[in-house]
Write a protein that binds this ligand. Structure first.
Ligand SMILES: NC(=O)c1ccc[n+]([C@@H]2O[C@H](COP(=O)([O-])OP(=O)(O)OC[C@H]3O[C@@H](n4cnc5c(N)ncnc54)[C@H](O)[C@@H]3O)[C@@H](O)[C@H]2O)c1
Length: 270
């Protein structure tokens, strides 16, 4: 494989995704929406794939107008392999190719061990981990067939690199799986020019997490999470903190990175 020398490329060129296409799962709301926004802003054509079909369509329209970009939407259930395959087919037909796949769709789980039944455990694993596996596999299949490489970005969590508070057994298991899968797929796909990276948010405010707690000013400032710690940066994370890292991973800025998961936690785990 020739060594690419991009040292004379401008920063604008390196971060640009013009001419590339991307699928972002779970992008109707939250971190996925913020990521889709940055990818579209960087010039990518984006497919917003989400179980909330109506919100996905609204987000797609919003981004298409804002960035004069090719942004479209589809219904996706990340817990259903057939639905993921249909999404990959749709993206390939619509854009003619698939360059970037962001496995972001995920659900939380709060049951302490003795209340956590097998059905809940399986459902969390099916969406968070199996959905990531199938998404990566279907993206890789199409990238390999085209022979031009690609990038897969998996959204893990701080709960993918350490244990969290009570009630996180299913979630934590699923996200540790995502971090492990990211390493393994990097090994399997590197020779095909496909990079696989993860991002691990600590805690980030989104339309939904904003309502989890009764956020007072002190909480927003330090974001204390019982048993984990506080943000060292004097503020809580926001969706765009994660979205910028996803853009970085997807772009040529990160062209020599694969297999690692970037921790985006404001130093919480430091
Ligand atoms: N926000 C945080 O603090 C935080 C921290 C660590 C990790 N994460 C991870 O980031 C990702 C996004 O989280 P978020 O906070 O933006 O969540 P969110 O609930 O705000 O958004 C999740 C999106 O996924 C969609 N979705 C849910 N189930 C789906 C399914 N089965 N198939 C397809 N789409 C589905 C939802 O409709 C929504 O648009 C998740 O994987 C989550 O585990 C979030």
């Amino acid at each position: 494989m020739p060594v690419p020398d991009v040292s004379d490329h401008s920063i604008d060129q390196l971060i640009s995704l013009k001419g590339r296409s991307a699928v972002v799962t779970g992008a109707a709301w939250g971190l996925g929406k913020a990521a889709a926004r940055r990818l579209a802003e960087a010039g990518a054509a984006v497919l917003i794939a989400d179980i909330d079909e109506e919100a996905a369509a609204v987000t797609a329209r919003e981004l298409a107008e804002r960035f004069s970009a090719d942004v479209t939407s589809t219904r996706l259930d990340a817990g259903d392999a057939a639905s993921i395959i249909a999404t990959a087919d749709l993206a390939e037909n619509r854009f003619g190719k698939l360059d970037i796949w962001v496995n972001n769709a995920g659900i939380p789980s709060f049951s302490p061990l003795l209340d956590l039944d097998v059905e809940e455990f399986d459902n969390v694993l099916a969406i968070n981990l199996r959905g990531t596996f199938v998404g990566a596999k279907e993206a890789a299949r199409r990238m390999i067939a085209r022979g031009q490489g690609g990038v897969i970005v998996n959204v893990a969590s701080l709960a993918g690199v350490r244990g969290i508070s009570e009630g996180q057994a299913a979630y934590c298991s699923s996200k540790h799986g995502v971090v492990g899968l990211t390493k393994q797929l990097a090994i399997e796909l590197g020779a095909q020019g496909i990079r696989v990276l993860g991002v691990a948010p600590g805690f980030s405010l989104t339309e939904k997490t904003m309502f989890i707690a009764d956020w007072d000013e002190e909480t927003i400032k330090n974001c204390p999470i019982p048993g984990i710690g506080t943000s060292r940066l004097g503020r809580v994370g926001v969706a765009d903190d994660i979205a910028r890292a996803i853009l970085f991973c997807a772009s040529d800025m990160a062209m020599f990175m694969t297999g690692s998961t970037l921790l985006l936690d404001g130093g919480m785990a430091a």
